[in-house]
Design a protein around this ligand. Structure first.
Ligand code: GDP
Length: 638
């Protein structure tokens, strides 16, 4: 039976292109106007349309023409051609293919998002291993990340553990850094992620990939808690991951482990010795003293957590490290979380795909299978994936390719529609509508612990029916680059209360378009967030440069006072402009234009290369050679 797409679009008051998206997602082919299927298929399409009515995605085939776009949007073909010319200066015959960029622009100008997809996407095939699931969950090794301040001994500790427990046991075995390794103890296995520092931990968590089960916080006993130690504590606490503190460098003469334990209490980390819950161990990464005890504590903690996974379950895993290697192509280290990965499997990894050509463990030994918590290095992906990308099993390479390509075009369309922008308070509303965002993610930094708690407590209550605030991280101290990284990856806004952003953080925020808002009055902070959630943020103004002029003459007129005979050197000057006057580098006046004249006539604006007479409100002390900088204040959250 043939069904008409236009009928369905009319029934649900959506555009035909939105129906294409549904058809494509269901794996049904169409010719732009109709599709074939029985009554059940029609019902399924209608149900999907109902569910996806709010989605603004229009799916077209690559190389689509203005005619295809017109059909998809349900507008006359001539209108699309006219729009292409008037809005984008693009001249195209009705049946000539548009580039992806051109198609994206025209679709976006109608308020939709373009996804390009090669025909219908076949339904991802289920991993047959999931179907023969018999085993159920079994105990799995813990995944451990080591964090702490620079030079406190993270790398040394990881190296010591590896040497003492891996290399010695594997006679002649050469260990290589693939981003993770495992140690075998009498009590069990432990997987260590060996990219120390919290950047990797944070980036992964922000992308929704939490692979760490236990975090080891390394604190040097001679140095005590330092800024990055604090930051690590914040990140670990925010992620709700159990922490074991390794007080390192205990061999050093100046070491004072007790002072470290006491310092920890100031950061809400209460060691067992102080009646709290946090396990600590005094170690030396240099002599190895205390390290076996630390490993035992990790196993003990893992036992308490009762970590389990099903080796026969559906395959799940995450990229922990990936790079392009000369002669080998894209190389990725995966950590398997559930199920078993096999050499020869077809995977989609983030936006890339491939068939596993070779699979090795951290010793460089070839392996054919990897189960839960095992790190493996794989070859065979078509591109380098990103750390934190999830892996997905596909029955054949072609299906995997189609899925990866569809993800790429969706990601591109998204990037195009929001220009790759980070989240800002003022576009919260539109992003909610366009991207279905339901949370306002916040990162809170404040001067003291008390204010962090106060701000957090008040913000947690800010919500309405549609949007809820979600605190991704909160902590004491300045706003740092790590906060911006987390914000960029998690679409968060950074809120500082009596806390400012350091230089590096400011630069990074500008680059990655992350909004930083700083306050010193708690009610202003709460009011702004409340207003944003309600979509009623008070008008906010931003300076917009207009142009520059040079004053060339002082012209004395009896009635009108002194006029600055000027020459516009850049942009324009308007009658309502605000101005700053510079003499050399010195700012000599800030005020407004009073009158703007071209010969005798009052004019609204004058542009570059023109001469004009300017008077300023309540100011006449200008000189020849002064530079006028004109600007206006424009509302940025209209
Ligand atoms: P990371 O920046 O945290 O990875 O720190 P490193 O592992 O690079 O260590 C920094 C410096 O501290 C190096 O010179 C190490 O040799 C030294 N170091 C690390 N652990 C210990 C230790 O337990 N005792 C002593 N005496 N020195 C250590």
């Amino acid at each position: 039976m043939i069904h008409t797409i236009a009928d369905i679009a009319t029934e649900f008051e959506i555009r035909p292109g939105q129906v294409y998206t549904v058809l494509n997602d269901l794996g049904l082919d169409h010719d732009g106007t109709s599709f074939e299927g029985d009554n059940d298929t029609l019902e399924m399409v209608k149900e999907s349309c109902l569910e996806n009515m709010d989605s603004k995605v229009i799916t077209l085939k690559p190389n689509c023409t203005p005619r295809d776009v017109a059909n998809a949007l349900g507008v006359p073909q001539a209108e699309i051609q006219k729009s292409l010319i008037s809005k984008f200066k693009i001249m195209k015959a009705i049946a000539n293919p548009l580039t992806e960029d051109e198609a994206g622009r025209i679709v976006t100008s109608y308020g939709f998002e373009l996804a390009l997809a090669e025909g219908p996407k076949p339904k991802p095939k289920v991993d047959p291993r999931a179907a023969i699931k018999v085993g159920g969950a079994v105990k799995r090794p813990p995944v451990v990340t080591i964090m702490g301040h620079v030079d406190h001994g993270k790398t040394s500790l990881l190296d010591y553990i590896r040497k003492a427990n891996v290399a010695a046991k594997e006679a002649g075995g050469i260990t290589q850094h693939i981003g993770a390794y495992q140690v075998m103890l009498d009590e069990g296995l432990i997987t260590f992620l060996d990219t120390p520092g919290h950047a990797a931990f944070t980036n992964m968590r922000a992308r929704g990939a939490q692979v760490t089960d236990i975090a080891i916080l390394v604190v040097a006993a001679d140095d005590g808690i330092m800024p990055q130690t604090q930051e690590a504590i914040q990140h670990i606490q925010a992620a709700n991951v159990p922490m074991i503190v390794a007080v390192n460098k205990c061999d050093k003469p100046g070491a004072n482990p007790d002072r470290v334990l006491q310092q920890l209490t100031e950061y809400n980390v209460i060691p067992e010795a102080y009646g709290g819950q946090t396990i600590t161990a005094n170690v030396s990464a240099l002599t190895g003293e205390g390290v076996p005890e630390l490993l035992e504590l990790i196993i003990l903690q893992a036992d308490i957590m009762d970590l389990k996974a099903d080796p026969r379950g559906e395959l799940k895993g995450t990229v922990v490290e990936a790079k392009l290697e000369k002669g080998r192509g894209p190389v990725a280290t995966l950590l398997i979380e559930e199920g078993t990965l096999k050499s020869g499997d077809n995977l989609v990894v983030g936006q890339t795909f491939g068939r596993i050509k070779a699979m090795t463990d951290f010793r460089g030994e070839k392996m054919n299978e990897a189960g839960p918590s095992a790190p493996v290095e794989i070859l065979g992906l078509s591109e380098v994936p990103a750390a934190g990308d999830k892996i997905e099993f596909f029955a054949d390479e072609r299906t995997a390719r189609v899925e990866a390509e569809s993800r790429i075009s969706k990601a591109r369309a998204k990037e195009f529609t929001n220009g790759g922008r980070g989240m800002t308070l003022r576009d919260l509303r539109s992003r909610m509508q366009d991207d279905g965002i339901k949370n306002l993610n916040l990162i809170i930094k404040a001067d003291v612990h008390g204010s962090v708690e106060a701000v957090k407590g008040m913000l947690e209550k800010v919500k309405n029916d549609e949007v809820e605030t979600k605190i991704i991280l909160s902590g004491v101290g300045q706003i740092t680059k790590a906060d911006i990284d987390l914000a960029a990856a998690s679409d968060s806004i950074v809120v500082g209360f009596n806390a400012r952003a350091d230089g590096e953080a400011k630069k990074e925020a500008e680059k990655r378009k992350v909004e930083i808002r700083t306050y010193s009055i708690i009610y202003e902070l709460i009011e702004d967030i409340e207003a944003a959630v309600k979509g009623m943020l008070a008008p906010k103004f931003e300076e917009q440069e207009l142009g520059e002029a040079e004053i060339r003459m002082r012209l004395q007129f009896s009635k009108k006072g002194i006029v600055a005979g000027s020459y516009i050197t850049e942009g324009k000057i308007t009658r309502n402009a605000k101005v700053r006057i510079y003499r050399g580098k010195e700012l000599v006046h800030e005020g407004e234009v009073a009158t703007l004249k071209h010969f005798k006539d009052d004019v609204r604006e004058m542009t570059m290369g023109q001469e004009c007479g300017i008077t300023f409100n309540n100011w006449e002390d200008f000189q020849e050679g002064d530079r006028v900088e004109a600007y206006e204040m424009v509302q940025i959250n209209a």
